[in-house]
Ligand binder design. Structure first.
Ligand code: MLT
Length: 403
């Protein structure tokens, strides 16, 4: 009889967003006909922009013509897309990244989750607390997290509190860590990081030999003078991997396209992470469809870029409506200016899950309980700006009048 990976049996409950979806489905089946507004999972609601759908139509026609049909694509992704990304997202911002350092994939969630495979189980991972649960759960699945303790923490993970007092930017760890997961603009708190603070992390990683796994999936939401990429910081090429996504940037949650950047000179004990990831991806992944990569490129070209930026501004306006509305009513709310998420303090004496239940039962609004993102998320609640304008306004109205 095969032995199963016992690390899975250590995982508490189900994946956060699956758990919430089940609860909401149950509520809906018990209250048929009621209108529930979801500001829970960060899923986009605006359609793919016209410049991108036009590129998909063209690419589809090419696939249906013997003269232009394509089978398996290049292993790292089509050069036209990688070149566009290198120029537009990196070189133009003074970040020295070349096309051959970019790996096209079907999601930042899978890339951040799978990247841990490159590292021995005997490494210490440091995560922000609260944190996007994928980083923690995938380390637990790999056996790197140790055991899940009654305090809601894994005993081999280093949790770095992100609280109001430190502006939701963690302090540098005092103990030794090997892998540092950072996500800015942050999910779930919605706050961004300054270049000066990010430089402290890069300097720390260079000094200690740690690797930073930098999730920049929400960089397009930055409105201020802040770094969009960790490679804007000097020295980052020698200590950081960066994950990006088209999901929130260009509405690709249902289309699937992302990319991971690994500088060629990034080595751990002389071993190239670029070479390892290339070996891993070519063995386990067959690439993103040609049609999708054409769509992704179109989202970066001037017409598509301008249209997708209109969508980003729409979601940021939603975030502002939520933040302003709830703040005026006395809620303490953070984020939302350089990211699509609002991080709300739950009203006194209510835990995150109690507030979730109250919101669902009384206002029929779905959000995400902060404690689902880690122990320091307790007493907080996440709402997203990704709803429709109408639903966003109505959700705020319902919270103000029914809670
Ligand atoms: C979220 O709501 O945190 C994200 O949508 C989840 C994801 O991107 O996987």
């Amino acid at each position: 009889m095969p032995k199963i990976n016992q690390n899975y049996s250590k995982l508490p409950g189900s994946y956060l967003f699956s758990d919430i979806a089940k609860r909401v489905d149950r509520y809906k089946s018990e209250h048929p006909g009621n209108s529930v507004i979801s500001l829970g999972i960060g899923d986009v609601t605006l359609p793919i922009v016209p410049a991108v759908t036009a590129a998909m139509h063209r690419a589809t026609d090419e696939m249906g013509d013997a003269a232009t049909f394509r089978g398996y694509g290049p292993e790292q992704g089509y050069e036209f897309l990688r070149e566009t990304l290198a120029q537009q997202q990196y070189i133009s911002r003074g970040a020295p990244i070349s096309a051959d350092e970019i790996f096209i994939s079907d999601g930042a969630k899978c890339d951040t989750g799978n990247f841990g495979e490159l590292f021995d189980v005997d490494n210490t991972a440091a995560v922000c607390d609260p944190v996007y649960p994928v980083y923690v759960d995938t380390n637990a699945m790999a056996g790197r997290a140790g055991d899940f303790m009654p305090d809601g923490k894994w005993n081999k993970i280093c949790y770095m509190p992100c609280v109001k007092e430190n502006g939701f930017i963690p302090e540098l760890p005092k103990e030794h860590v090997d892998l540092i997961y950072l996500c800015y603009p942050n999910n779930p708190t919605g706050v961004a990081i300054t270049a000066a603070r990010l430089k402290q992390w890069v300097d720390y990683a260079l000094k200690t030999g740690a690797i930073i796994l930098y999730d920049a999936a929400y960089e397009a939401f930055i409105t201020g003078d802040l770094p969009h990429s960790i490679y804007e910081i000097e020295g980052a090429r020698a200590c950081a991997v960066e994950f990006r996504s088209f999901s929130k940037t260009a509405g690709f949650t249902g289309l699937r396209c992302a990319y991971t950047v690994i500088p060629r000179d990034l080595k751990v004990g002389g071993t190239s992470l670029h070479a390892m990831w290339s070996r891993r991806q070519t063995t386990k992944f067959n690439g993103v469809s040609y049609v999708t990569q054409c769509a992704a490129q179109a989202a970066c070209l001037p017409e598509g870029r301008s249209q997708t930026m209109d969508c980003i501004r729409y979601y940021l306006e939603n975030a502002k409506i939520i933040k302003d509305g709830l703040s005026k009513a006395g809620y303490e709310a953070f984020g939302g200016e350089n990211g699509p998420y609002i991080w709300l303090k739950t009203p006194a004496s209510l835990t995150s899950w109690e507030f979730f239940d109250k919101l669902l039962n009384h206002a029929e609004v779905v959000g995400t309980p902060g404690s689902g993102f880690g122990p320091h998320g307790e007493g907080y609640f996440r709402l997203t700006g990704f709803g429709s304008r109408k639903n966003t306004i109505e959700a705020v109205e319902r919270i103000l009048t029914r809670i």
